[in-house]
Design a protein around this ligand. Structure first.
Ligand code: NDP
Ligand code: 2IT
Length: 446
């Protein structure tokens, strides 16, 4: 690491203590950017990176709500408005007990680069709460969402900041949040994405992140003369992203043999397909947070407390959460002959894990490139809302596919241009950075 990056990281750590995920995300990006900052001193002089690690605005607020027994609970709500150089803040909301300021800052930071890569005009943001949806009734979730939006509404808007879903926030939550926003503002607008189809949502948005991951994996494999068809695939998670990815792998002729949850992973050697795919939706909607039910129902193997990275597969798609694939997992995958790792979750691989893949020369794509199909389709939802005209399923899917192919091309060409061919991490970080950095230079000291 150069002295410049070292001192930048030291400053970030000193100024943002107890935020290890944020430090990790900044380190990964800063290491890639060394190459750019050497060639382009103008970014260093204008302190572009120093500005990018400081959110434009952070909102933190109290969210009081009442459970079905009449007991009062208080959660913490957040919205990180990270960067608006190329468009309104855009990014999901995460409801999970592990949520804190550092995790949301890492996610918002990643989102800035990801949204830039989509080529759509979206800045970066992220938000959420430490609320735990597990085991809550519909009414409790509704009351929580209404309380959350009662504060958030004054900070967002279709031209200001457009939230969407993430872990723990799907169609149901977006519905309750949208309803409350509409009551408070008397406006029916595209303030959220991931909306229901009868009230402004886009076809394909629920599937988009997972579909995009597999489109991206296909492009990676193609670069080595291969395809998804006939490949065995390990997927982690069992939520929205995992479901979309498994659906698309099946459509493209591959076979998914694992799913995972906080309780462990299942191994289904026949493949997760047909009614088992529909059962994934039931599992997630049950709010029970376990995949063991799948093993019990379909009589397949269940490995408690373990990640699925020890299984012999050709392709791995980590789709659960951050830091779920470490150095040892990476070694295991490489040893078992895995050829391609395409991230569906945000930062599921640790920096050490990435180094193992890089040294082994296997294909590896960071989430900010490969999972960008979700937010890209959110961008397409915003376009449809602005036009007040919905596109067909085929139209949205065609655009999504094209966007993923373009992101792949940007990663490959940028990595090559900066002297590290095949390094998708550098390609994504530099490709995402340049557009935002140039916009910031154009806009003066903002
Ligand atoms: P879901 O809520 O639909 O599913 C999340 C999955 O990850 C569940 O299986 C969940 O189980 C598991 N999970 C969450 N936290 C943990 C944890 N601490 N330990 C173990 N497992 C965990 O979320 P999504 O599918 O939407 O999100 C999955 C990943 O994809 C996240 O990293 C998200 O940021 C990323 N992503 C999502 C996009 C989207 O459009 N939804 C777009 C791009 C990226 P449990 O809840 O039981 O912990
Ligand atoms: O991490 C992500 O890109 C998302 N959760 C989707 C964000 C969005 O605005 O659709």
């Amino acid at each position: 690491m150069s002295e410049y990056v070292n001192s930048l990281l030291a400053q970030v750590k000193a100024k943002n203590p107890s935020e290890p995920e944020f430090h990790q995300a900044v380190q990964e990006v800063a290491e890639s950017l060394e190459l750019v900052l050497e060639r382009h001193p103008e970014y260093r002089h204008a302190k572009i990176l120093e500005r990018m690690v400081e959110p434009e605005r952070v909102v933190m607020f109290r969210v009081p709500w009442m459970d079905d027994q009449g007991e009062v609970h208080i959660n913490r709500g957040f919205r990180i408005q990270m960067n608006s150089a190329i468009g309104p803040y855009k990014g999901g909301l995460r409801f999970h007990p592990s949520v804190n300021l550092g995790i949301l800052k890492f996610l918002a930071f990643e989102q800035v680069f990801k949204n830039s890569l989509t080529s759509l005009p979206m800045g970066g943001g992220k938000g959420g709460s430490d609320f735990d949806p597990k085991g809550k009734s519909d009414n409790e979730v509704m009351r929580f969402c209404q309380s959350f939006m009662t504060e958030l509404f004054r900070h967002i808007g279709p031209e200001t900041d457009v939230p969407a879903g993430d872990i723990g926030v799907g169609g149901r939550e977006i519905g309750y949040l949208f309803g409350q926003y509409k009551r408070l503002t008397r406006e029916f607008s595209g303030v959220l994405t991931g909306k229901g189809l009868t009230w402004g949502g886009s076809l394909i948005r629920p599937e988009a992140t997972g579909f995009g991951v597999v489109y991206f994996a296909e492009e990676m494999l193609k670069s080595r003369g291969q395809t998804i068809a006939g490949k065995t695939v390990a997927v982690s998670g069992f939520g929205n992203v995992a479901w979309g990815a498994v659906t698309k792998v099946n459509q493209m002729g591959g076979k998914v043999v694992t799913l995972s949850g906080p309780d462990g992973f299942i191994y289904d050697k026949e493949g997760v397909k047909g009614e088992k795919l529909d059962y994934m939706l039931e599992l997630r909607a049950s709010s029970k947070d376990r995949v063991k039910d799948y093993a019990d129902k379909f009589k397949v193997e269940f490995y408690p407390g373990k990640h699925p990275w020890g299984v012999k597969v050709d392709v791995a798609l980590p789709c659960a959460t951050q830091n779920e694939l470490d150095e040892n997992d990476a070694k295991e995958l490489v040893k078992n002959g895995c050829k391609c790792v395409t991230e569906g979750a945000n930062m599921p691989t640790t920096i050490e894990g990435f180094k193992v893949f890089n040294a082994a020369g296997i294909l590896f794509a960071p989430g900010k490139a490969s999972n960008a199909g979700g937010v890209a389709t959110s961008g397409l939802e915003m376009s449809q809302n602005s036009m007040r005209f919905p596109w067909s399923k085929e139209e949205v899917d065609r655009r999504l596919h094209e966007i993923m192919q373009n992101i792949h091309r940007t990663c490959v060409e940028t990595a090559e241009r900066f002297g590290t061919p095949g390094n998708y991490v550098n390609g994504a970080n530099i490709g995402g950075f340049l557009k935002v950095a140039n916009a910031m230079l154009d806009q003066g000291l903002v």
